[in-house]
Design a protein around this ligand. Structure first.
Ligand code: MRU
Length: 339
């Protein structure tokens, strides 16, 4: 199953707002409809947003001869969500081909899609090898945040690709899925993927995560990333930072699994990452039903930032960087895992 793809001159994507109740494919041929799909999280997750950005520029380029129109549509898409660097990366990569014509833009966008598929497989293998090295000779009980699976990429995903690889290798124990307030990407999407995989799992409320780590319910925390700053500080779904703190306290490895396209060498550190603030209604209501007295305000940061020193390893498709072990900043020396 591909979460997002180019089919017959348009973009097809799984509408993630409808899961787990309904598996619906959305066909997008209007670039503004793609911006809307990104903003309401019908397509979401950093790698999938990178592919959406690139395919969106292909959609623009194949639907008009005006390069100005393509560029302004690309700007709207680029700005649809601020935190995942993959979105602007995918848009810019496709846009760089515009002077060579619409076909060149489409070819580049399809390359972004294909590279994402290969990267997910490699991240799964690199992450599983890293965990086998850190936790030799036992099955690994993972704790996850949000959804970093196939639904957040084209296939397999990032952190959940590691979980899937361990499962395929017979090395996965019980996985704990934090539900991920307020939009429940863990409960709705990760649990749906683990069920399809046939992997044992339970959903927990977000605030139970630190306590359960301290009580030895998990051997590793595996998260994705929306943006990794040059110093290794990592933005991911809100709730990641508290698990990183708890993992440090409990002596449990905390792994960030993300493609190279999530690394942003232009952003020096975590304080420089723009964190998306979403509508208060997501916090004080659920599915249109109020969960707080009318008029109650809310703060709703969609992401938080985990400092590099709390991260045991950053695993990409090309390398494993150990920020806590004096390895150079993320943007520099390639390092492959040893098995
Ligand atoms: O708001 P979302 O659902 O797009 O947030 C997604 C996440 O935080 C993921 O963990 C991240 O993009 C990595 S996905 C492989």
């Amino acid at each position: 199953m591909r979460t997002i793809d180019w089919v017959d001159g348009g973009i097809e994507l799984v509408d993630q707002t409808r899961l787990p109740h309904e598996f619906l494919r959305l066909r997008v041929t209007d670039p503004d409809a793609l911006v809307d799909a990104v903003q309401r999280l019908a397509v979401r997750g950093a790698p999938a947003l990178g592919v959406a950005g690139a395919l969106g520029v292909a959609l623009l380029a194949t639907s008009t001869d005006s390069s100005e129109e393509v560029r302004s549509g690309a700007r709207r898409l680029r700005d649809a969500r601020p935190t995942a660097v993959n979105l602007s990366w995918g848009v810019d990569r496709a846009l760089r081909q515009l002077d060579r014509g619409a076909q060149a833009v489409l070819t580049e966008a399809l390359a972004v899609r294909d590279e994402d598929i290969a990267a997910s497989v490699a991240m799964g293998e690199n992450g599983a090898a890293t965990l086998r090295e850190l936790l030799p000779g036992r099955s690994i009980r993972a704790m996850t945040v949000c959804n970093a699976g196939g639904l957040a990429a084209v296939e397999r995903g990032t952190a959940l690709s590691v979980v899937q690889t361990l499962h395929e290798q017979g090395r996965l124990g019980h996985t704990l899925v934090t539900e991920t307030r307020p939009l429940l990407q863990g409960a709705r999407l990760t649990a749906w993927e683990l069920r399809r995989m046939g992997a044992e799992h339970s959903v927990i409320v977000d605030s139970a995560g630190p306590f359960l780590l301290n009580r030895d319910y998990a051997d590793a925390v595996l998260v994705g990333a929306d943006r990794i700053a040059a110093n290794g500080d990592t933005a991911n779904k809100v709730g990641s930072f508290s698990l990183a703190l708890a993992a440090r306290q409990a002596g449990v490895p905390f792994l960030v699994v993300a493609p190279e396209s999530s690394i942003d060498p232009e952003t020096p550190g975590g304080d420089d990452i723009a964190v998306e603030e979403r509508d208060a209604s997501e916090v004080v209501a659920f599915d249109g039903i109020a969960t707080a007295p009318e008029g109650t305000g809310a703060l709703n940061p969609a992401f938080d930032v985990t400092p590099a020193e709390l991260i045991t390893a950053i695993v990409t498709e090309n390398r494993v960087v150990r920020p806590g072990r004096g390895t150079p900043p993320v943007g520099t020396v390639p390092e492959r895992p040893q098995d």
